[in-house]
Ligand binder design. Structure first.
Ligand SMILES: [Fe+2]
Length: 299
């Protein structure tokens, strides 16, 4: 019998293992509008006042290595660790060196059935007030703060183990489902979207599919719609390949396009995502991935 009901506050950060750090820095700073700082032999990318929202480490895999789940207090982190143990996971305490590298006071690490490490943590490091977030190219900024860094879509071969991990071990709540054909007459994609306590429509979604990466894409959200159009223009001008063109999703309402990152997975760049209020939220099931657009570039 489970006694704990713990849910993370938000998705605090992403950790990526990448071959070409210089390409990542240029992509993040000049096209997406993040703020880059060196971090050890890698990169820390800011979206807001939190010091590290994307951590890009040197690595051969070009994939998502880890995500950080934020808890507001140490007591909430303790409850999350207890809940993970109740579901058979064995979170390991992060060393002082790992906590320093991640910019958090304390973390516990567990690896999910798809090879993504989850770093449950509290006490993220913030940049000083006289070092406000600055973007080279955005007119506005990023929707981050209490809603967290963004979202990611995990691709899995084992739906049930993945569902148990996200819903029971981590305690995330279902926002909705999409079961739809990727293209007319094509394979049907079944995706489950989950939110954390502060309510970004989804901090993670998972879908069964063939993949050579752990993720289909990560997502960051802008505060201004025009920045999505401007980023789209910058990507076209720079010759960055697009995974999908401009479009809008029926469930989170996100207006977005998908660029291919230097690591080969996608980065959805969006605006206008829904925030879930658990007091009156109704879980729905949708039959289309997009209301309009999001076409692959050759379509
Ligand atoms: Fe997305």
């Amino acid at each position: 019998m489970t006694t704990t009901h713990s849910i993370p506050a938000s998705l605090g950060y992403f950790v990526i293992g990448a071959r070409d750090l210089a390409a990542w820095r240029a992509f993040a700073e000049d096209l997406v509008g993040m703020q880059a700082e060196p971090l050890g032999d890698g990169l820390a990318l800011r979206l807001d006042q939190q010091a590290q929202r994307f951590i890009v480490e040197p690595g051969e895999e070009d994939d998502l290595r880890a995500v950080g789940w934020l808890y507001d207090t140490e007591a909430a982190l303790e409850a999350a660790i207890a809940q993970a143990r109740e579901h058979g996971a064995t979170p390991e305490a992060g060393s002082a060196a790992l906590c320093r590298a991640r910019g958090v006071e304390r973390l516990a690490r567990l690896v999910d059935p798809n090879g993504i490490a989850h770093e449950l943590h509290f006490g993220p490091r913030y940049a000083p007030h006289d070092a406000p977030f600055r973007s080279r190219c955005l007119r506005g900024g990023f929707v981050a703060g209490a809603l967290g860094a963004g979202h990611y879509v995990a691709v899995t071969a084992d739906h049930d183990a993945t569902a148990r991990f996200y819903r029971e071990t981590l305690g995330l709540r279902v926002s909705d489902y999409i079961r739809g054909e990727v293209a007319p007459g094509g394979p049907v994609l079944e995706a489950t979207f989950l939110h954390a306590a502060t309510g970004r429509h989804h901090s993670v979604a998972y879908a069964v599919g063939p993949t050579h990466k752990r993720v289909h894409h990560l997502m960051v959200e802008y505060t201004e719609m025009r920045d999505v159009g401007l980023a789209h223009e910058r990507c076209l001008a720079a010759g960055v390949p697009l995974m999908m063109g401009l479009g809008q999703h029926p469930n989170d309402g996100m207006f977005s396009f998908y660029a291919v990152t230097p690591s080969g997975f996608g980065l959805e760049i969006g605006w206008g995502g829904v925030v879930v209020d658990d007091a009156d939220w109704q879980v729905r099931s949708y039959t289309r991935l997009s209301d309009w657009g999001h076409h692959p570039p050759h379509a």
